[in-house]
Design a protein around this ligand. Structure first.
Ligand code: SF4
Length: 345
């Protein structure tokens, strides 16, 4: 399979279902987001805007108004003192819900709105407000990263649409929040509104699991490249729910060091090589009767356009009949470009 980028979501998705990985990240077909995922996005948006407003206040201490221009919620402009009021937080939660609800295929009733509000308020008030962005020194709200892996094994050369493409594998993603604790120390915070479990294995995430968690190591590697001037980098991951989906707020904080960078690169190399050599992605369940196929997967619930076959089955048959190259050429979503990192200059 072609692989030019690794995101934390794609790394985990390959372990969950190779076929879903192939359809999503190689062929570029998108899944409709579920209601719970939308609710998570809404809660994240409220947290992001609060951090953005706090950052504005830090950078402009004399301004009477705080302003954030948000891609989804639009312009938020408030009086300085409003930032710390419950009324503003409640209004912001409603704004965050509405801006996603209007384009969602789901309906968000008072019960769901209340759950989003509870998630946000839990993030803000847990441990005496220790994770409230308004009480933090914000270094960077929601930084994006796109970092090439400067290793020989990370070089790639593919033919895409008859054109030779060369590049360097990169890691890509978004970090929820970077805060500054002192001149040597940053803390990265990742809000998790979903269940505290590994969806591929069903295992509950605890400190032991998190030490080897690919997403955390990927973030750690990214922040060590983005913020090399801070020798101490803390990664905190705040789960709102337990493995069963019941509210059970639990933040975990970890520190990684230089040896973990090498450990991450080794994990990444193994995963990337496995993906590269895989020309026959396995479905999670060959019969598609597993609940994860039937109830969770977009590619099981929707047919390939113009056929009465599920997208997943259609792609599996296409691969068997025509092989990887032809399937990539014929079944890639129109307009989708797998993208690749080109070193500047
Ligand atoms: S239907 Fe099942 S096997 Fe197919 S992509 Fe979805 S999860 Fe994987």
């Amino acid at each position: 399979m072609l692989v030019t980028y690794v995101r934390s979501s794609s790394y985990n998705n390959y372990a969950y279902c190779q076929m879903q990985y192939f359809i999503t990240y190689v062929l570029g077909h998108q899944s409709d987001s579920g209601k719970k995922a939308d609710m998570g996005t809404m809660a994240h948006k409220a947290m992001e805007i609060l951090a953005g407003l706090k950052k504005f206040q830090q950078d402009n201490p004399r301004r009477k108004y705080l302003v954030v221009e948000d891609d989804a919620a639009g312009k938020i402009r408030i009086k300085k003192d409003e930032l710390y009021t419950d009324d503003f937080v409640n209004d912001l939660i409603e704004i965050s819900i509405d801006c996603y609800a209007k384009n969602s295929k789901h309906k968000f009733y008072p019960k769901e709105r209340k759950e989003v509000a509870q998630t946000v308020w839990t993030f803000l008030t847990h441990s005496d407000g220790m994770f409230d962005p308004r009480k933090r020194n914000i270094h960077h709200p929601e930084p994006h990263f796109d970092i090439p892996i400067e290793e020989d094994w990370a070089k790639f050369e593919y033919e895409i649409d008859g054109e030779k493409v060369q590049g360097q594998l990169a890691i890509k993603g978004t970090i929820d929040l970077v805060t500054l604790l002192n001149e040597d120390t940053i803390e990265v915070i990742d809000w998790k509104s979903g269940r505290r479990m590994d969806w591929a294995t069903g295992e509950v995430k605890d400190y032991k699991k998190l030490e080897n968690d690919a997403q955390l190591l990927l973030y750690f590697y990214a922040i060590s490249k983005l913020y090399p001037e801070y020798p101490n980098r803390i990664m905190s991951i705040f789960f709102y729910k337990d493995a069963e989906g019941e509210p059970d707020p639990k933040p975990f904080s970890l520190m990684f060091d230089k040896s973990d960078e090498a450990r991450f690169l080794e994990m990444l190399k193994n995963r990337v090589e496995e993906i590269r050599h895989n020309v026959n992605p396995k479905p999670l369940d060959p019969t598609r009767s597993h609940w994860k196929c039937k109830y969770l997967c977009h590619f099981c619930k929707n047919n390939w356009e113009g056929t009465d076959e599920k997208m997943c089955i259609y792609i599996e048959k296409h691969l068997k009949k025509h092989g990887m190259e032809k399937t990539v050429n014929e079944c890639t979503r129109p307009g989708f470009n797998i993208g690749f990192y080109e070193a500047p200059g």
